[in-house]
Design a protein around this ligand. Structure first.
Ligand SMILES: Cc1cc2nc3c(=O)[nH]c(=O)nc-3n(C[C@H](O)[C@H](O)[C@H](O)COP(=O)(O)OP(=O)(O)OC[C@H]3O[C@@H](n4cnc5c(N)ncnc54)[C@H](O)[C@@H]3O)c2cc1C
Ligand code: FES
Length: 302
């Protein structure tokens, strides 16, 4: 009889599969200055994405943990591996950070099988952030495709908490199908309470044909861009950047006022392993948030 062992089990010692020992040396090797943390809630969002609320166990470390919108953490599942994940909660939330994780492979697949109460490790925060301070006094266009809405939740909370500092905020969000729209349950609150203009579009609206059908750039027909007074932040698959940024350029927006978040495979998150570089640029240190002018000058960035 052949036994089928899931891939992640190969890396787990029998004792660890039930009670991971977070203090093991081999685990801490990757988590120098990392934080022992607990998953306190898991919210299923779609068939492939779940939202994890993660709380740093030590109250002092929790209080001191600070990040800015656009930054990411390395999330470690002891005995399984570590993955870079964007922080998707308010930077003023001192209780927990929210991470929305799509199940794609070994570590994310295993994370999707966990229950609240599991101990994990987080390192960080890492990387550059969206220029919230530069954008003060301006309108902001937040443009997301698919999972790209995840890192945009932090700036959305930010602008709500500093609402009088910013002008009009428009969120343009495209997904493949209605069932793949993430955080749709928050849109009404974002519209009515945060005062955001939210436009969504799906490539395939399905039988119900509710909402607008098409690709993200079709939404430009529905908005007026005040190019002298607007910043744009674009998150999503790299192929989207080119088309969206071309439309923004056509509207007169300078490339230095367009920001994108680049994703590369990462290992250390702190400029040591050379896993994430584009030319001589490390996306973990110099990014993931870049202005589009810089990205255009980076060979093979998109
Ligand atoms: C700065 C940053 C922020 C991220 N934020 C999020 C987030 O908020 N939510 C989320 O779900 N994911 C996010 N990711 C992607 C996430 O890190 C990967 O999906 C994860 O590392 C995959 O690990 P795995 O062990 O499950 O998959 P693996 O078993 O290692 O690989 C499964 C498949 O995914 C591909 N893959 C793995 N890593 C990446 C990557 N970085 N980019 C593109 N393809 C990859 C592999 O090529 C392979 O085809 C982010 C990545 C970066 C660099
Ligand atoms: S992830 Fe190691 S150098 Fe960037």
């Amino acid at each position: 009889m052949s036994l089928k062992i899931p891939r992640y089990d190969i890396n787990l010692e029998p004792s660890m599969s039930k009670h991971p020992d977070f203090n093991r040396k081999s685990i801490l090797m990757h988590t120098q200055s990392g934080f022992k943390s607990e998953i306190i809630a898991i919210v299923p969002l779609t068939a492939h994405e779940k939202l994890f609320h993660i709380r740093i166990c030590d109250p002092c470390e929790r209080e001191n943990f600070a990040f800015l919108p656009g930054q990411f953490v390395m999330l470690e599942l002891p005995g399984c591996g570590e993955v870079p994940i964007s922080i998707s909660s308010s930077s003023s939330n001192k209780e927990f950070i929210a991470l929305c994780i799509r199940k794609v492979g070994k570590v994310t697949g295993m994370l999707h099988r966990l229950k609240p109460g599991t101990i994990v490790g987080i390192r960080g925060p890492f990387g550059t952030h969206f220029p919230m301070e530069k954008m003060v006094g301006h309108n902001i266009l937040l443009i997301a495709g698919g999972l790209g809405i995840v890192p945009l939740r932090s700036p959305i909370y930010w602008v709500n908490e500093h609402r009088s500092d910013y002008g009009d905020i428009t969120v343009m969000y495209g997904a493949k199908e209605p069932g793949q729209i993430l955080f749709g349950y928050q849109f009404e609150e974002w519209r009515r309470i945060y005062g955001l203009n939210i436009l969504t579009i799906v490539q395939n609206a399905g039988k119900g044909r509710q909402g607008k059908e098409g690709i993200i750039t079709d939404l430009f027909d529905d908005i007026d861009i005040d190019s002298d007074n607007t910043f744009a932040v674009v998150c999503g698959p790299p192929v989207m950047f080119k088309f969206v940024c071309a439309h923004l350029s056509k509207s007169g927006l300078p490339r230095q006022r367009m920001f994108v978040s680049l994703e590369r495979r990462m290992h250390c998150g702190m400029g040591k392993c050379c896993r994430c570089n584009v030319g001589s640029t490390f996306t973990c240190l110099d990014g993931p948030v870049f202005d589009y002018w810089t990205v255009m000058n980076l060979k093979e960035a998109i």
